[in-house]
Design a binder for this molecule. Structure first.
Ligand SMILES: Cc1ncc(COP(=O)(O)O)c(C=O)c1O
Length: 290
């Protein structure tokens, strides 16, 4: 996509990126006082928009930010896809809603705030090679706050963890809190024990990942057992398979963590089956004809 011709959304308008300016008093800039969503589209069709709308609704109400209807993200995404000539391609849509701009003060009068809403789209090149070959991760302490179910733009612990992973040649940092695996710095995590997909239950300790929810639903309809329970770090030694999941990664097999090889070091059967089921589900819901 030609960066100079890119159209973005800012506060109700579709404009060239070079015209998109926000106030230095925006609380998103000053305090990370905002939330975001990342959606995918395949063949120009937005994937599982309703799940993203519900999650954004929860994030906004969790921070008491009002004045933006989360249901609008579908139309914003579709118009951005069209405006940027991505209707026949796959893309990733980023949407951020902050509490808005006000003179710097920790507390504000909510009644006078108007949220800042920004969105952009870029081409999505699915990570097919990593999906086939698998990736390595490192385990790090989970240093995030106690409301990880809110998709807040305040991502400092996440980006520091991800940087450590990247600097040591790993795809992701998988986080450990109180001896339990929570999720990746920007992905959810699951392991397979005796053929059962096992993943941390939804709580304030993890983000309600859209990919994780879709995968759990796919397991249920395909007869793959699912257990949502905390996985102790020591249990990883007995896992048959591990995977990380997100909108931009889809499902990546984890073939090694720290220096430990998972099973035979190759993507496992359950992981590959879930990848195939997810591909079919995407085709069914976002084919050119759908
Ligand atoms: C902390 C965290 N967990 C999980 C996920 C995966 O969520 P989703 O499947 O909705 O992309 C993300 C995505 O960015 C994330 O940042």
């Amino acid at each position: 996509m030609d960066y100079k011709k890119e159209i973005v959304f800012l506060n109700g308008q579709y404009i060239g990126r070079e015209k998109a300016w926000i106030s230095p008093d925006d609380r998103g800039f000053v305090f990370s006082d905002g939330v975001y969503e990342v959606l995918s589209s395949y063949n120009g069709k937005v994937f599982e928009a309703w799940r993203h709308i519900q999650r954004l609704d929860g994030s906004l109400s969790g921070l008491n930010i009002s004045g933006f209807d989360p249901a609008d993200i579908l139309e914003i995404s579709e118009r951005l896809i069209d405006a940027n000539n991505l209707a026949s391609l796959d893309s990733i849509i980023y949407i951020q809603v902050t509490r808005g701009a006000a003179p710097r003060s920790h507390a504000v009068d909510q009644a006078v705030m108007t949220p800042t809403v920004y969105a952009c789209v870029k081409r999505f090149l699915r990570p097919l090679r990593k999906q086939k070959e698998g990736v390595g991760v490192i385990l790090l302490d989970d240093e995030r706050w106690a409301r990880c179910n809110i998709k807040s733009v305040s991502l400092l612990p996440n980006i520091l963890a991800k940087q450590k992973a990247a600097d040591s040649g790993h795809e992701e940092a998988v986080l450990v809190r109180d001896g339990v695996i929570t999720e990746g710095s920007a992905s959810s995590f699951a392991a397979v024990f005796s053929g059962t997909l096992t993943t941390h239950p939804e709580s304030n300790r993890i983000l309600g990942s859209i990919t994780r929810s879709v995968v759990i639903d796919l397991c249920k309809s395909a007869g793959i057992e699912v257990e949502e329970r905390p996985i102790k770090k020591e249990e990883l030694a007995y896992a048959e398979e591990m995977m990380i999941m997100s909108t931009t990664k889809e499902i990546l097999p984890v073939t090694a963590y720290d220096s430990v090889i998972v099973s035979d070091g190759r993507p496992g059967k359950v992981t590959m089956r879930l990848q195939a089921l997810l591909n079919d589900y995407i085709d069914d819901n976002c084919s050119k004809k759908a």
